[in-house]
Write a protein that binds this ligand. Structure first.
Ligand SMILES: Cc1cc2nc3c(=O)[nH]c(=O)nc-3n(C[C@H](O)[C@H](O)[C@H](O)COP(=O)(O)OP(=O)(O)OC[C@H]3O[C@@H](n4cnc5c(N)ncnc54)[C@H](O)[C@@H]3O)c2cc1C
Length: 334
C-alpha cells in the first residue's frame, strides 16, 4: 500500500469510479474508499436487474454491468480499492488529508468526495438486518419480487403514492401507511385511490416494528401517539422517506448547503483547496449517472491540475491564473 496517495476518493459509484479512471490514467496513485461498488446505479437492491436506458453508448444496460465496467477500467489503470466506510476527514499542517475509515487511516494529497445520497431510514429495530430481505427503498427495483404478494409502503408525499401505485399493479394487496393524510394534507388522496381497489390507505400512521425470522413477515403499525397498534402480515415493506446526504462529518471541513450537500463550482472544486466533490453528493440540481460520471472526470482533472501546481508541473486544459482565480491553489508562488 502507498503511504500517501496522490488522490483518495470516497465513494465507489458512478462519480467515484469515473474519477478513479481519470486520475489513475493520468498516473496519479489513487485509492477508492467505498462501502461497495456501484452505488445508486444499482438502485439499492440486491435483486435489481433493471436496465439503465439513458447512459450514452448503451441503449440498455443493467446498472450492475455498467458499474462493473467502470470498476474494471479503474483497475486496468491501477486504482486501489479499500472496502470501508469513511468516518472522518481532516487536513494537517503539511496539507495532507487524513481519512479515518472503519478499516484504518488513509492519507492523500488530494481528496475527491463522491459518496452520493442515502435513502432515509425509518429508524426501527432490525431495519438493516431486513434490508434486501423484505425491506426495500425502491419499489421500481423490487417490483418483480412482489408479484402476487401482500406488501406495505410507509412514507408520505408523491414518492410514497407513486410506489404504492406501481406495486398495486403486481401485488395482491398494498397497505399504504401514510404519515399524514389529515387536515391540510396537500395531496388529494381520494382521487389517488380511485380505481386502485387493492390499495388500503391507513392515514396518520407509521410503522413501529418489523417482525420476522430470515425475512420480513409482519409489521406493527401505530398512530402518532403510539395508539391503535396492530400487526399486519406482509411480505415486504417499502420505505419512502426520501434521500439524504450524510455529510455531518464534513461540517466545518468544506462548505455545505442547507440540505447538507457539498457546495462546488463548475470545476467540482469545494471551498477547501485540494478537496473536490462529484455526483449526487454535490449541490448540483440534476442527478443522473452520466452527470455523476462527468463530475467525476472534472473533479479528477481539477485534482490533477492542483497537484501539478504544487509540484511545479504544467496543468492540463488550464493555466495558473485560472486556477488561482478559482481558489484551486493557495500561496504566493509563481
Ligand atoms: C430509483 C432510482 C432510479 C434511477 N434511475 C436512473 C436512470 O435510469 N438513469 C440515470 O442516469 N440515473 C438514474 N438514477 C440516478 C443515479 O442512480 C444516480 O444519480 C447516480 O448513480 C449517483 O452516482 P454517485 O456516484 O454520485 O453516487 P452513488 O451512486 O450514491 O455512489 C455513492 C457511493 O459511495 C459509497 N458511500 C457512501 N457513503 C460512504 C462513506 N461514508 N464511506 C465510504 N463509502 C461511502 C456508497 O456505498 C456508494 O458506493 C436513479 C436513481 C434512483 C434512486
Amino acid at each position: 500500500m502507498v503511504e500517501i496517495y496522490d488522490v483518495a476518493i470516497v465513494g465507489g459509484g458512478g462519480a467515484g469510479l469515473s474519477a478513479a479512471i481519470f486520475t489513475s490514467r493520468l498516473g496519479l496513485s489513487t485509492i477508492i474508499v467505498t462501502r461497495e461498488i456501484g452505488g445508486r446505479a444499482l438502485v439499492n437492491s440486491p435483486y435489481s436487474h433493471r436496465s439503465i436506458e439513458n447512459y450514452p453508448g448503451f441503449p440498455s444496460i443493467t446498472g450492475l454491468e455498467l458499474m462493473s465496467r467502470f470498476e474494471q477500467q479503474a483497475k486496468i489503470y491501477g486504482a486501489t480499492f479499500l472496502f470501508a466506510e469513511a468516518l472522518k476527514v481532516s487536513e494537517d499542517e503539511s496539507h495532507i488529508f487524513h481519512i479515518v475509515t472503519t478499516r484504518g487511516e488513509v492519507k492523500s494529497r488530494t481528496l475527491i468526495l463522491a459518496f452520493g445520497e442515502t435513502p432515509k431510514r425509518l429508524g426501527v429495530k432490525d431495519e438493516e438486518k431486513y434490508e434486501g430481505r423484505g425491506i426495500s427503498y425502491c419499489a421500481y427495483c423490487d417490483l418483480e419480487e412482489c408479484r402476487g404478494k401482500v406488501v406495505a409502503v410507509v412514507g408520505f408525499g408523491e414518492r410514497a403514492l407513486l410506489s404504492a401505485s406501481l406495486l398495486s399493479k403486481v401485488a395482491e394487496k398494498v397497505y399504504l401507511i401514510y404519515w399524514w393524510g389529515g387536515v391540510g394534507e396537500p395531496i388529494d388522496l381520494t382521487r389517488f385511490l380511485k380505481g386502485k381497489e387493492n390499495i388500503e390507505l391507513i392515514t396518520l400512521s407509521s410503522v413501529a416494528e418489523v417482525k420476522g425470522c430470515d425475512k420480513v413477515e409482519s409489521i406493527v403499525i401505530q398512530g402518532p401517539f403510539g395508539e391503535d397498534r396492530r400487526k399486519i402480515k406482509v411480505d415486504s415493506l417499502f420505505i419512502e422517506l426520501g434521500f439524504e446526504a450524510k455529510t455531518d462529518f464534513l461540517k466545518g471541513f468544506v462548505e455545505l448547503d442547507e440540505n447538507g450537500k457539498v457546495k462546488t463550482d463548475r470545476d467540482c472544486c469545494t471551498s477547501r483547496a485540494g478537496v473536490f466533490a462529484a455526483g449526487d453528493i454535490t449541490d448540483s440540481k440534476y442527478k443522473q449517472i452520466v452527470i455523476s460520471a462527468g463530475d467525476g472526470a472534472r473533479a479528477a482533472l481539477s485534482a490533477y491540475n492542483y497537484l501539478q501546481h504544487i509540484r511545479g508541473g504544467t496543468p492540463l486544459y488550464s493555466d495558473i491564473f485560472t486556477l488561482r482565480s478559482k481558489k484551486l491553489v493557495e500561496g504566493n508562488g509563481e
